[in-house]
Ligand binder design. Structure first.
Ligand SMILES: NC(=O)c1ccc[n+]([C@@H]2O[C@H](COP(=O)([O-])OP(=O)(O)OC[C@H]3O[C@@H](n4cnc5c(N)ncnc54)[C@H](OP(=O)(O)O)[C@@H]3O)[C@@H](O)[C@H]2O)c1
Length: 238
C-alpha cells in the first residue's frame, strides 16, 4: 500500500516558490515565520519528507552528470540500510545525479528513488555511503511505483512532499497528492517567469482532474496563513 502524501509548501501571496525573493514582512520576525514551516510539518507525524532532485542537490551539494546505462540492466533490487534512522529524507533522482558524503541530511536517513537504468557502480557507491534506494520504473519517473516501493520496503505510512515546483506538479499529475498544506508567507515576489509552488508543462496540465476540498485555516504569529485542503479526483470535469 502506498503512503498518504501531504504536499507541504511555503508560498508568497502570489504563489511563488523562492522564499529568498519574498518582500520583507512588516512588523514580523522572519525567523518566526520560517520556523512555522518545520513546526507545522511536525504536526503530521510523517515518516519523512520527499523532494525533487534539484531541491535535494541544494542540500547535498554534489551533483554530477547522469549515471545511467544505455541498454537493459539486470533486474534491480532495492537496498535498505539496516542501520537507518526512523525519519527519512527522500530524494527523487531518476538519473542518479546526486552523490552523497554521508547517509543523512540532518538527522534524517537518505533514501534515493531511482530509475532502474542507473549503473551498477552508482548503486555500489550508494551502498558504500549507506544511502538506501528503491526504484520507480526503468526511467525513474513512475511515481506510483516509487511510492509503493517506499511503503513496501520501508513501511512508510505518511510522507510530506516538500517541493520543488516540478516534482510537486509530477505528483499532482499522477494523482498522488492526498492533501495540500500551504503556508502563505506575508510577502510578494511579483516577477513574471519565477516558478510557482506547483509548476509543470502546459501539455501535462497537472491540476486538471483534481479537486480541492477545504479542511482548515489558521492564522499564525506574524501573519502567516496555514491553509489545508484534501486533494481528490474531480467527479465532473467542466
Ligand atoms: N517554497 C518552498 O517551500 C520550497 C520547497 C522546496 C523547494 N523549493 C525550491 O524549489 C527549487 C527547485 O524546484 P524545481 O521545480 O526546479 O526542482 P525539483 O522539483 O526540486 O526537482 C525537479 C527534478 O526532479 C526530477 N523529476 C521530475 N519529474 C519527475 C518524475 N515524474 N519522477 C521522478 N523525478 C522527477 C527531475 O530530475 P532530473 O532533471 O535529474 O531528471 C527534475 O529535474 C529550489 O530552488 C528550492 O529551493 C522551495
Amino acid at each position: 500500500m502506498r503512503p498518504r502524501i501531504i504536499c507541504h509548501m511555503m508560498s508568497s501571496v502570489d504563489g511563488k516558490l523562492h522564499p529568498s525573493r519574498y518582500s520583507k514582512p512588516q512588523g514580523a520576525d522572519k525567523r518566526i515565520l520560517h520556523a512555522h514551516y518545520d513546526r507545522t510539518a511536525a504536526t503530521f507525524a510523517a515518516d519523512g519528507w520527499m523532494v525533487g532532485r534539484v531541491t535535494m542537490a541544494e542540500m547535498v551539494k554534489d551533483e554530477r552528470p547522469a549515471s545511467v546505462l544505455a541498454s537493459a540492466s539486470a533486474p534491480r533490487v532495492p537496498w535498505i540500510n539496516p542501520d537507518r534512522g526512523a525519519m527519512l529524507a527522500i530524494g527523487l533522482d531518476p538519473n542518479g545525479k546526486l552523490h552523497y558524503a554521508r547517509p543523512t541530511v540532518g538527522d534524517e536517513h537518505i533514501v534515493a528513488v531511482l530509475g532502474e537504468h542507473v549503473t551498477d557502480a552508482y548503486l555500489a557507491e550508494l551502498r558504500d555511503t549507506g544511502v538506501s534506494y528503491v526504484f520507480a520504473g526503468r526511467d525513474g519517473r513512475d511515481l506510483q511505483e516509487g511510492v509503493e516501493a517506499l511503503g513496501r520496503e520501508l513501511g512508510t505510512r505518511r510522507l510530506l512532499l516538500e517541493g520543488g515546483a516540478a516534482i510537486n506538479a509530477a505528483f499532482l499529475k499522477a494523482g498522488l497528492i492526498d492533501e495540500l498544506s500551504l503556508l502563505v508567507y506575508p510577502g510578494i515576489d511579483g516577477v513574471a517567469g519565477v516558478q510557482s509552488i506547483i509548476e509543470g508543462p502546459e501539455a501535462a496540465r497537472p491540476g486538471y482532474g483534481q479537486s480541492l476540498s477545504f479542511k482548515s485555516v489558521d492564522v499564525l504569529e506574524g501573519g502567516m496563513v496555514w491553509l489545508r485542503y484534501d486533494v481528490t479526483a474531480a467527479l465532473h470535469i467542466d
